[in-house]
Write a protein that binds this ligand. Structure first.
Ligand code: HEC
Ligand code: HEC
Ligand code: HEC
Length: 466
């Protein structure tokens, strides 16, 4: 009895606590709409539902590349013509949490309904109020997704849902504090840290006992962020993690580029303090994961070092070449000593997770793609050294050489970068947010299709007289 009451109380806290907006919320009117707007930001609906280069907000048409073809996001403005103006709240809930459109067709899982399935009814209600009352209707119809047979048969996603869709709503764990429960809800149902930081098996299922244990994301790696002091971020204080999520920059530890920078720019920086702190509290108590290959925290490598000694000779050829490239292409901002600028705008390269990580992916990707992040009106920018940039374009071998120099001088010297590694990173491309769809969508859809075929076969076999 007591347990159930505590559970119910915790549920109320999770659904309505945490956000300042909730308090003036109520069940209707401006408060509800404001709460829906906040949730849409926390879940980053706009990132996928807005076309790049000036697309109208939520009018869809953002193409998510998959090896099967491009999957376009829908227009989710309240237009009756192009958007979801005709959706009832129940139909909206079915689309967001179950992946079923108003016409009954299944949505491709590029729409992250398997995460949103955790969302509470109260939050769906607020989102619906926001989308129907406060979003500008846009009549334009978003481009149609045309995948090849059999993936154009949306029924095949029925198999997908059997495999991957867990319809249980988020339920707070009474053994955890209200703050940790709120953080878990935000991290899993809305901000979905796990979709990037938890590895998946070949058929896309997240590997449960590796929660937040680190995963590859195209050219980038979303590192292990469990509280392990060696493999994870156990040496980070709560304030440092908070600062990282709010700004993307923790001097002497890490900067956010690529998909993490996007998540911070479009979503996390706008979360209110109580919610960000709740996420921090949640992340800091997930089970720690240690990988035996890690010897030292990735932010603990290297020291300031004057590159001139190496440029002058004594080093092997490629290192000397890397040193020359560093002096010409990097040192103006990061200083010859790798110390960065006094004000911290240009970060130090030692005690930096990009140079101390076991895999050099984020270092290579940062050199190729640069860093581009606007937080609280402040633009942080490093040019990428690939085609189309205003700075010198570096070849695969150049990037490998300068990386090896940076690793030897400021980072983990046992990590080595080859020209082939750089070519692979380039091929992974500058794909936004959903690069992750790429690698798993084909095997996963094949698996889902196999389930459907097996079921059809079973049905047919049963009908046939023995
Ligand atoms: C990671 C990208 C992504 C995010 C984030 C995302 N969506 Fe989607 N959404 C999609 C894609 C892609 C489709 C179209 C899928 C298809 O055609 O099968 C879609 C379809 C939909 C639809 C179906 C509309 C229709 O009739 O076709 C609704 C409703 C929707 N999204 C609402 C939301 C809401 C609300 C949020 C935020 C809580 C959100 N989406 C966040 C990618 C995303
Ligand atoms: C869209 C994918 C994506 C999402 C969503 C995401 N991350 Fe990340 N995260 C990354 C990537 C990629 C990096 C590496 C960025 C870099 O080094 O420039 C990263 C880096 C980090 C780091 C720094 C680790 C280090 O060693 O440098 C922390 C901490 C972190 N993320 C926490 C979170 C939390 C907490 C959430 C959820 C609230 C989250 N992330 C959501 C992709 C993501
Ligand atoms: C025009 C100035 C500039 C130049 C030139 C430059 N950088 Fe940067 N670099 C920056 C800025 C700004 C950041 C991001 C700071 C932040 O995120 O707060 C950054 C970040 C980085 C990071 C951290 C990225 C991450 O994801 O954690 C690495 C590593 C790095 N630079 C290496 C290099 C190397 C190697 C070169 C030369 C090939 C180089 N930079 C050239 C300005 C520059």
């Amino acid at each position: 009895m007591i347990g159930r009451t505590a559970r119910a109380a915790a549920l109320v806290l999770v659904s309505f606590g945490g956000t300042a907006l909730a308090q003036d919320g109520g069940d209707s009117g401006a408060g509800l709409v404001a709460r829906g707007r906040y949730l849409a930001t926390a879940a980053d609906c706009v990132a996928c539902h807005t076309a790049p280069n000036g697309g109208r907000p939520f009018a869809g048409g953002y193409g998510i590349a998959s090896p099967l073809g491009t999957i376009y996001s829908s227009n989710i403005t309240p237009s009756r013509h192009g958007g979801i103006g005709g959706y009832s709240e129940a139909q909206f809930a079915a689309a967001v949490r179950d992946g079923v459109r108003a016409d009954g067709a299944h949505l491709y899982p590029a729409m992250p309904y398997t995460s949103y399935a955790r969302m509470t009814d109260a939050d769906i209600h607020a989102l619906y109020a926001y989308f129907t009352q406060a979003v500008q209707p846009v009549d334009a119809v978003a481009p149609q997704t045309k995948l090849p047979f059999p993936f154009n048969v949306r029924l095949s996603l029925w198999g997908w849902n059997m495999l991957y869709l867990d319809r249980t709503r988020f339920t707070p764990d009474p053994a955890r504090s209200a703050e940790v429960n709120r953080g878990a809800y935000l991290a899993v149902a809305l901000a979905h840290c796990d979709t990037c930081h938890t590895p998946r098996n070949v058929t896309m299922a997240e590997i449960g006992d590796r929660n937040l244990g680190g995963a590859a994301l195209g050219s980038w790696v979303a590192p292990n962020i469990t509280p392990d002091p060696v493999s994870g971020i156990g040496t980070w204080s709560a304030d440092e993690l908070y600062r990282y999520l709010k700004t993307g920059d923790v001097p002497g530890k890490a900067q956010a580029a690529g998909p993490m920078a996007e998540a911070i720019e479009h979503s996390f920086q706008y979360l209110d303090d109580a919610d960000l702190k709740a996420i921090v509290a949640y992340v800091r108590q997930v089970p720690a994961i240690r990988d035996t290959a890690d010897r030292k925290a990735r932010d603990a490598y290297g020291a300031a070092s004057d590159s001139d000694a190496l440029v002058r000779g004594a080093a092997p050829d490629t290192l000397a070449h890397g040193a020359r490239l560093f002096a010409g292409d990097c040192a103006a901002c990061h200083r010859p000593t790798g110390q960065g600028s006094q004000d911290g705008y240009y970060p130090q390269l030692f005690h930096n997770t990009a140079t101390g990580a076991r895999t050099p992916d984020n270092l290579i990707a940062a050199i190729l793609q640069g860093v581009d992040r606007t937080v609280a009106g402040r633009h942080v920018y490093m040019p990428g050294f690939s085609h189309g940039s205003y700075v010198d374009e570096l070849s695969d071998q150049d990037v490998a050489d300068v990386s090896n120099y940076v690793l030897a001088q400021f980072g983990d010297p046992s990590v080595h970068v080859s020209a082939a590694d750089v070519a692979r990173s380039r091929a992974g491309g500058a794909r936004p947010l959903l690069a992750r769809v790429d690698s798993y969508i084909v095997p996963a859809m094949v698996a889902a299709l196999a389930v459907v075929l097996a079921l059809i076969w079973l049905l047919v076999a049963r009908r046939r007289p023995a």
